[in-house]
Write a protein that binds this ligand. Structure first.
Ligand SMILES: C[S@@+](CC[C@H](N)C(=O)[O-])C[C@H]1O[C@@H](n2cnc3c(N)ncnc32)[C@H](O)[C@@H]1O
Length: 439
């Protein structure tokens, strides 16, 4: 009897444009490939349909989400081995897409042979968690709110499980590799407060406040009056409860509000942590101008944002399809140079830039570990497909940060006074400790 794994291996070689660097096990139990590599398990023939109609990353992702393929062994190692093949493919133009998703006939022939091993072909059902492709990045208030809701309103219990008690959904600042996630997140929040030189009585705006961790930290340890805004209703409810529990209702306000709708400046300082990735290049100057307008002269902005490398020809940049469809609809990464330019065009003076790329890999690995440890509960809370999406996107992102595929930067900027004063110390030195902190 002909075994499926061998044929499947040939098909994958054709689809991916190179040999599969993993062991492969097919639905009939047959195996091929290196014995010391993680195993790609193809549980169902349906996975083939997906790969045929969308070779490369999106096809694999769809099969993964549907549970038709999985990895046994080290997921990071499997992704590390697969990454060069997938990137190679997604960098190429996709004429198939332009012609209306027609798989090429050579692949069809090979696939037909594989499918014939186990009976008639099956139509692939669309995975439920996928967002339909949307054309053009308009970034209207309504559309942005829908996109944010897709990612953030999936239940606070799920996020509590993944993010842990710190409830911070951005890169931590790891004092060392053995620190805990909670220590890393507290260190990051504190670093932001120190870069902003927060003092008691100051007015802080946290744009994209998530579950309220930054405004709570700043009010508790630096005595500021803080406003946190988010466009996720579930986040706001959770954050407001934390503010009540901490006894800080007189100093912390949480609003469901878009950054374009804030009209009660000036603020002494603004933090924006892991939020600007949602803004998009088309709206970025509006974002930068809005924050500039909300700062008092001499006030500081700390913009903490993921970046991608620049391209020789920027017009060839396309948002990663898997991330766009399944994870962050309408999210968009830009090179840090563009971010700096746009902040400056808006009238801000960029004073400091710190890359903390390695810290995001550590943070993501900690989130993946939390998710894997509580897997059964995660599946119950958000469906198996969604739990699989989160595991794949976080593990793949950890790898991308490790390999310098993407980075993350804290950009400190100031709105200079009219005479040019920045109110910055002459020498940067270590960011000053919280000497003026409240009790
Ligand atoms: C990755 S989370 C980061 C949350 C938080 N800063 C942290 O570090 O945990 C992104 C946040 O940006 C918010 N956000 C995205 N687009 C926004 C917009 N147009 N206006 C206001 N907030 C927005 C989301 O609601 C979410 O709270």
């Amino acid at each position: 009897m002909v075994q499926a794994a061998g044929r499947l291996d040939t098909l994958l070689k054709e689809t991916l444009g190179g040999p599969l660097p993993l062991r492969l096990r097919a639905w009939d139990g047959s195996e091929v490939g290196p014995a010391d590599a993680p195993t790609l398990v193809v549980r169902s023939r349906r996975a083939l349909h997906r790969l045929l109609w969308r070779p490369g990353e999106l096809g694999l992702a769809r099969a993964w989400v549907a549970g038709e393929i999985t990895v046994e062994g080290d997921l990071y190692e499997a992704l590390r081995r697969l990454a060069p093949l997938l990137w190679q493919r997604t960098e190429q133009p996709e004429p198939r897409r332009a012609r209306g998703l027609r798989p090429d006939t050579r692949l069809l022939r090979t696939a037909g042979q594989v499918l014939a091993l186990a009976g008639p072909s099956l139509p692939p059902p669309p995975p439920r968690e996928e967002v339909p492709p949307r054309h053009g990045l308009k970034h209207t208030l309504r559309r942005d709110r829908a996109a944010i809701s897709h990612h953030y309103d999936v239940g606070n219990d799920f996020y509590t499980m993944v993010l842990g008690p710190s409830m911070v959904y951005s890169c931590g600042y790891w004092p060392d590799r053995d620190s805990t996630l909670e220590q890393a997140q507290a260190a990051k929040l504190d670093l932001v407060c120190r870069k902003l030189a927060l003092k008691p009585g100051m007015r802080l705006l946290d744009v994209g406040c998530g579950w309220g961790s930054m405004v709570l930290h700043a009010a508790e340890h630096y005595g500021v009056h803080a406003v946190g805004i988010t466009i996720s209703v579930e986040q706001a409810e959770f954050a407001r409860k934390r503010v009540v529990d901490a006894g800080l209702t007189d100093r912390v306000e949480i609003r469901v509000q878009d950054y374009r709708q804030i009209d009660d400046g000036p603020f002494d300082a603004i933090s924006s942590i892991g939020m600007a990735e949602h803004v998009g290049s088309a709206a970025y100057l509006t974002y930068a101008r809005q924050l500039h307008g909300l700062l008092r002269p001499g006030g500081r902005l700390l913009n903490h944002q993921i970046a991608r490398p620049p391209r020789e020809d920027e017009s060839t940049y396309a948002v990663d399809e898997f991330i766009d469809r399944y994870v962050f609809p309408d999210g968009e990464l830009s090179p840090v140079g563009s971010t700096v330019s746009l902040l400056e065009r808006a009238g801000l003076e960029v004073r400091d830039l710190e890359s903390i790329r390695e810290h995001y890999a550590l943070t993501l690995r900690a989130w993946v570990a939390n998710l894997e440890r509580e897997w059964a509960d995660a599946v119950r809370l958000v469906t198996p497909g969604r739990a699989r999406i989160w595991r794949l996107y976080m593990a793949a992102s950890a790898l991308a940060f490790e390999q310098n595929g993407i980075g993350v930067n804290q950009v400190l900027a100031v709105r200079p006074r009219s005479g040019g004063s920045s109110e910055m110390p002459l020498v940067r030195g270590p960011w000053s400790p919280p000497e003026a902190a409240a009790d």
